[in-house]
Design a protein around this ligand. Structure first.
Ligand code: ARG
Length: 448
């Protein structure tokens, strides 16, 4: 029985939140005339002691402490006697655990916002640094059109910026006080839920007590934000794995950020990136676990809900670790800009530009596309590059093509031609890096 019901090993992490929620509830009891105002000082002192002892590692749970809430109440009763025995009036562990968890999520979302903010800022810095570093852009992992490394990294930055927005929204979802909901139907004691809400600095108060004790949407929201973050980071991690391979050779990792092989002395493995990639599997699993936990659970509280914490805590820790690891990894990557540039020049990445040049001269796109395709095939057959194409070949593909169009093969000019907002031209990428920095600064400024 105890092995299944006890959750203290996991929910002891809520101790700081339980202390805050208990202080807030005590204020509501005082306001309702159910606790002497003078008792608050001793109560706050004892609660602060508990929090400190826990931080210092001297607080020892008793075998009968089923969860963090039982522990705090027992300790208060032991230390304060009568005041401790009065504290649970008008509250239940059902509203208490939901209140604690909301406070925990609120803090965790803020911490994650800061970590993702640094990652976005460092991606924006790298994007700025590499607005002129050519690289091939890919679709289907086939070379498609030349872009810049800065453009590519800014793309990852925008994905993480959306995660940061989701984290902010998850914080707002958690920022509601549910103290006063009781077990499911409030209480007869005349408690004012706004007192605890104000004390906790919550933006809102529960609207329905049954919903207040059953709702774990805020935890799902935070886990979802962690999951999209983990999935985004897995995509960035995968690029690092690819880029640091001999086959790509776009970047290398210094020794401190790679691992050796127990057998092959020459190996320099991108284990950290692989682990970020691999751990995203657990992130998806955790989101699924949490949603499955809630699925078809009848109102109001069900003990199943106790299982939410392990999943949520793990999800948040994993996402934070991954974001930090990627921040450090990105800063440590040593890009081979010459090799990136060579790769950007090859592979017929100019073919669309040839077609678009014809469109600008009035040729319908479908005809222009065919002409450019013929040019690619003709050059391939002769085994030469566009820069070496003859006037005959060009005119044969389309009468409106001439020797000047050989300049379209230059990837740098391909970038310059794409200076629209959101495009890969250095000026556009500089703009994007600024946008990313503004986004982060704006979101960080709103954090408490
Ligand atoms: N430890 C429980 C949880 O984490 C809270 C206790 C509520 N238990 C109860 N029997 N009403 O959800």
């Amino acid at each position: 029985m105890l092995r299944l019901t006890a959750s203290i090993d996991v929910d002891i992490a809520l101790l700081g939140c339980d202390v805050a929620a208990t202080k807030a509830h005590a204020r509501a009891l005082v306001k309702a005339g159910l606790l002497e105002p003078a008792a608050l000082e001793a109560l706050d002192g004892a609660l602060d002691d508990l929090a400190r002892e826990w931080r210092e590692g001297t607080l020892r749970p008793h075998p009968e402490d089923e969860d963090v809430h039982s522990l705090v109440e027992r300790e208060l009763t032991t230390r304060l006697g009568d005041v401790g025995s009065r504290i649970h009036a008008g509250r239940s562990r059902n509203d208490l655990v939901a209140a604690d968890l909301r406070l925990w999520c609120r803090d965790a979302a803020v911490d994650l916002c800061r970590v993702t903010g640094s990652l976005i800022a460092s991606l924006a810095d790298l994007a700025e640094e590499h607005t002129d570093t050519l690289m091939p852009g890919y679709t289907h992992l086939q070379r498609a059109q030349p872009v810049s490394l800065g453009f590519h990294l800014a793309a990852h930055g925008f994905a993480v910026a959306r995660d940061m927005t989701r984290l902010q929204a998850a914080r707002a979802a958690a920022d509601v006080s549910v103290l006063g909901a009781g077990a499911l139907a409030t209480s007869t004691l005349g408690l004012d839920p706004k007192v605890a809400a104000t004390e906790l600095g919550c933006a809102g108060v529960f609207a329905n007590a049954i919903d207040a004790v059953s709702d774990r949407d805020f935890a799902v929201d935070l886990t979802y934000a962690c999951t999209t973050l983990a999935v985004h980071l897995s995509r960035l991690a995968e690029e690092i794995v690819l880029w640091t391979s001999a086959e790509f050779g776009f970047a290398s990792l210094p020794d401190e950020w790679s691992t050796g092989s127990s057998m092959m002395p020459q190996k320099r493995n991108p284990d950290l990136a692989e682990l970020v990639r691999g751990r995203s599997a657990g992130a998806i699993g955790d989101l699924t676990s949490l949603l499955t936990l809630l699925k078809a659970l009848p109102l109001a509280y069900g003990r199943d809900l106790q299982e939410d914490k392990e999943v949520l805590f793990r999800s948040v820790a994993r996402a934070g670790d991954a974001a930090l690891a990627m921040t450090r990894l990105m800063a440590a990557l040593d890009f081979d800009t010459a090799r990136l540039g060579e790769a950007a020049a090859g592979g017929g990445g100019w073919a669309t530009d040839v077609a678009e040049a014809l469109v600008m001269r009035g040729v319908p796109f479908r005809h222009a596309h065919r002409a450019a395709g013929r040019l690619v095939a003709g050059l391939e057959e002769l085994g030469i590059e566009l820069a070496e194409a003859s006037q005959e070949l060009l005119a044969d593909c389309h009468p409106l093509l001439d020797l000047d169009d050989r300049g379209l093969a230059d990837p740098k000019s391909a970038l310059e031609r794409r200076s629209m907002p959101g495009g890969p031209a250095p000026s556009s990428v500089r703009e994007q890096a600024q946008t990313l920095k503004r986004l982060v600064q704006g979101m960080v400024r709103e954090l408490p």
